[in-house]
Design a protein around this ligand. Structure first.
Ligand SMILES: C[S@@+](CC[C@H](N)C(=O)[O-])C[C@H]1O[C@@H](n2cnc3c(N)ncnc32)[C@H](O)[C@@H]1O
Length: 258
């Protein structure tokens, strides 16, 4: 989570440094809708890929699953989350989601948000394959990622969006259309169970209030005022999101291991 240079920091960490807690494209409500659909119970063994600052982890834990394992590739994140949320049934592993070391067929549910988008398609597939491996039969894999619309969007325009996103958020973001996301999951043996979507309004005022509440939104505004370099970056990110708002959305997919 390196934010020492605001001009080079990855967009999500810059936002987190300013106080933002919800870092996924469809916001808190899409996450909660997706998580609620999983019907987590006291019998569920759950794995989350890339818990990041742990906002969804906290929501999942409020449902009292039997066990929770968060896997993140950032060691400082794993340390912080272990202190904040770790207990007998809750652990955090420092590992790549493509190679977690978790035993075969031990999870009922795997969740991953705003992380596959950060990877090239062959890496996305490696992570999806790992979810498949750790899931029990009929287990569920839920993802919440950046989408492209419409399905007919041209390859040139997709490349333009990816390039400008990468320049702005300093992450090699590769969003896909809904059918492309579904195809990646199906190629690894999943059946699509449920799909949700919402507009990509991550930095819009209304969504910010919905995600963060009034006090935190004010705090984020104040932090931006007192960190001009970060503010400049965030304004640039917002302008890129706005430029492509007709062609980007957020998709949440629940897929079943069959
Ligand atoms: C944009 S944040 C998403 C965090 C969280 N899921 C959320 O929605 O707020 C990206 C997080 O993904 C983690 N990450 C990215 N690729 C990963 C991978 N292959 N394996 C494990 N963690 C990964 C990063 O370390 C970081 O904590």
């Amino acid at each position: 989570m390196d934010v020492s240079n605001p001009n080079k920091a990855q967009g999500h960490w810059l936002l987190a440094k300013m106080g933002k807690r919800v870092l996924r494209p469809g916001g808190r409500l899409l996450s909660e809708k997706m998580i609620d659909s999983l019907e987590i119970s006291s019998h569920s063994h759950l794995v989350e890929f890339a818990p990041g600052i742990g906002k969804t982890a906290s929501y999942i834990l409020s449902k009292n699953p039997n066990s929770y394992t968060g896997v993140d590739a950032d060691e400082s994140i794993v340390r912080k989350l272990s202190v904040k949320l770790g207990d007998k049934h809750v652990r955090f592993l420092f590992a790549n989601a493509a190679q977690t070391g978790i035993e075969d067929e031990t999870a009922d549910i795997v969740v991953g948000e705003a992380m596959l988008t950060m990877h090239a398609n062959h890496r996305k597939s490696e992570i999806i394959r790992e979810a498949y491996r750790v899931l029990k039969k009929n287990g569920l894999y839920a993802i919440h990622e950046l989408g492209l619309i419409p399905e007919s969007i041209s390859e040139e325009y997709k490349a333009e969006i990816s390039k400008n996103l990468a320049l702005s958020i300093k992450v090699n973001a590769r969003p896909l259309t809904l059918i492309e996301w579904e195809e990646l999951l199906k190629a690894e043996g999943f059946r699509i169970k449920e799909v949700f979507s919402s507009p990509m309004l991550l930095l819009e005022r209304k969504r910010m209030l919905q995600d963060e509440g009034v006090l935190r939104t004010l705090k984020i505004g104040f932090n931006m005022m007192t960190h001009p370099q970060a503010k400049k970056r965030i304004i640039n990110m917002k302008s890129v999101f706005n430029k492509y708002r007709e062609n980007m959305n957020a998709v949440a997919i629940v897929a079943e291991k069959v």
